[in-house]
Design a binder for this molecule. Sequence first.
Ligand code: SF4
Length: 341
Amino acid sequence: MPLLEVKELSAYYITHVYGVERDVKAVDNITFSLEENEIMGLAGESGCGKSTLLKVLLSMIKPPLRVLAGEVNYSYDNKHFNLLTLDKKQLREVQWEDISYIPQGSMSTLNPVRKIRKTFEDVIKAHKTAEEKEEYEKLMEEHIKYLGLPLEVLDSYPHQLSGGMRQRTTIALATILKPKIIFADEPTTALDVIVQRGVIQMLKKLHKEQENTMLIVTHDMAVHANVADRIAVMYAGKLVEIAKKETLFTNPKHPYSQFLIRSLPKIGDKRQRISAPGNPPSLANPPSGCRFHPRCPYAKDICREHIPKFINYDKSHQVACFLYSDEIEEGEKIVSESIRS
Ligand code: SF4
């Protein structure tokens, strides 16, 4: 059984402005699974719904975001549950301790008026008993040292640390309780390349030590090349391809993934890079049928009218494109009807 199984998940931002409903279809009928000890990279342009998907997988859902359909099933240590059905107390028991999160921008996690040590203690106190607390406080220093951070970090305020150090401290905080699964949202964004390298090495080290599962969201394909086992590609709120890292880089099937890979710079190759023509669509009013059809050089009539089903191209490769199958996504109409009701 996979550690995480996402089934037909749809989550929209639903707003009402002057009596007019506006649905931003950020996550639309997404199905995939994550095996224990696997690192999956989630790729796609900014604004394609990657971060919203993470929020739903963590059940960090606040209006106007609403889950309209689907399941987020976790299975580990004899626990089996759909995260979306847990009450607040049950959620508190699994969030951070079993299911952890490295957010975009370290300042949103670290309290600017508390020393780092206090923030670590707050997390430990919230999840551990008094006896365990002592053990974890010792572990805190070991964990900081293991991750190559100086112990002085613990007695600093966030503003006294550099951006890279703050980000690495956030990663240490997110992993102090040895979670089963970690979601990282753009963990290397806004860092220079040297610091990026340090953060990537830190994530790999943690994965090796704690044997946890990771889902890393970034538009930076170099990060995926470095850490991921498999890569999922998202376009305009939908998953369009999942493949092993090597396969996706050498033999991408979906036309959008092909543009994504072809646009990457290659050492010694001076040819002009080709990226997808046009711009990503608005998720409030996405194109009919395949959402990539206005930018796709292979678009045909069926692409404009129907949504391609996410099919198994082979055992470890899935794609949603009418170039490989005529199967149409089931339930596209059911989801939109349920929003109206
Ligand atoms: Fe292009 Fe059609 Fe495939 Fe969409 S389904 S990517 S429009 S060929």
